[in-house]
Design a protein around this ligand. Structure first.
Ligand SMILES: [Zn+2]
Ligand SMILES: [Zn+2]
Length: 269
């Protein structure tokens, strides 16, 4: 049997004789079961109905998404550095055109994922680029639905992945939630790749922080405080959230600080 992929969250499950009963990611209160009940697809079926879409975001940063939109709808980001390319977050679809394009740009040295909602089809992505390591924070180990030898669990507050590329543990939305700091991004003024750990909101002038986005469950003041202190040592002008267009272009550090103060005021009374 091919590995099943949940159509609501895009997570691929371990190979088994039968389709899983339900998706554990969607049964969790940070997601939801789709309105038509639990539905599954496979990577092969997805390749017949959808395709990958590539958009250049800024020098050294390329967005990779799925058209038409699938599951949660996030796009991944390929970060190009002189020390190798990093894939930030992942998507459920892997097709020949995206493999060729990425290989032409030098392949992938490591894959890093912000949190379990974007683990998606990462094992197939790793294999397609030579079994490259997949860095997941150890605090989210329980949410890995397809264990694989390529997965490297990292722990602690930060991980220096490559020169100028640092993973920062923030927790919050998920216990192992992480963001990536790219020092050379935004013309050397710094970039944060934030997934939905620090969520770029509709006005692109603020961010927000939630335990559950679809079910509107906020984070506590102490959890938001932890995120703020985790990113405080880093300098960044721009923030790329999880979705196309979810980008804070300028004043990223001020945006995070002011948004956190607004949020804390709102939940405190
Ligand atoms: Zn699911
Ligand atoms: Zn999420």
């Amino acid at each position: 049997m091919p590995n099943s992929i949940c159509t609501t969250c895009g997570t691929q499950y371990v190979d088994s004789d039968q389709v899983p009963n339900s998706c554990l990611i969607c049964a969790d209160e940070r997601q939801y079961i789709g309105h038509s009940g639990q539905q599954w697809t496979t990577a092969e079926k997805l390749r017949q109905t959808n395709r990958t879409a590539i958009k250049f975001k800024e020098p050294g940063l390329i967005g990779i998404g799925i058209e038409p939109q699938f599951a949660i709808g996030q796009r991944a980001l390929l970060l190009q550095t002189p020390h190798g390319n990093v894939l930030w977050d992942c998507i459920s679809l892997l097709d020949e055109s995206v493999v060729q394009a990425i290989n032409a740009w030098g392949g992938i040295k490591a894959i890093v994922i912000s949190h379990p909602h974007y683990y998606s089809n990462v094992v197939e992505w790793s294999r397609a680029f030579g079994d490259v390591p997949v860095y997941l924070h150890a605090d989210d180990r329980q949410w890995v639905m397809r264990p694989d030898k390529s997965i490297v669990f990292w722990s602690g507050a930060t991980l220096d992945l490559l020169p100028g590329v640092t993973l920062i543990h923030c927790g919050g939305h998920f216990a192992g939630g992480a963001v990536l700091h790219w020092a050379e991004g935004a013309d050397g003024q710094g970039v944060l790749l934030s997934g939905d750990i620090i969520q770029v909101v509709a006005d692109r002038k603020h961010v927000s922080f939630m335990y559950s986005y679809p079910n509107f469950v906020p984070l506590s003041a102490s959890a938001v405080g932890y995120i703020l202190s985790a990113v405080r040592p880093y300098s960044y002008r721009r923030i790329y959230g999880a979705f196309w267009g979810a980008v804070v272009q300028d004043d990223g550090m001020a945006v995070v600080n002011q948004s956190a103060q607004r949020y804390l005021t709102a939940i405190r009374e």
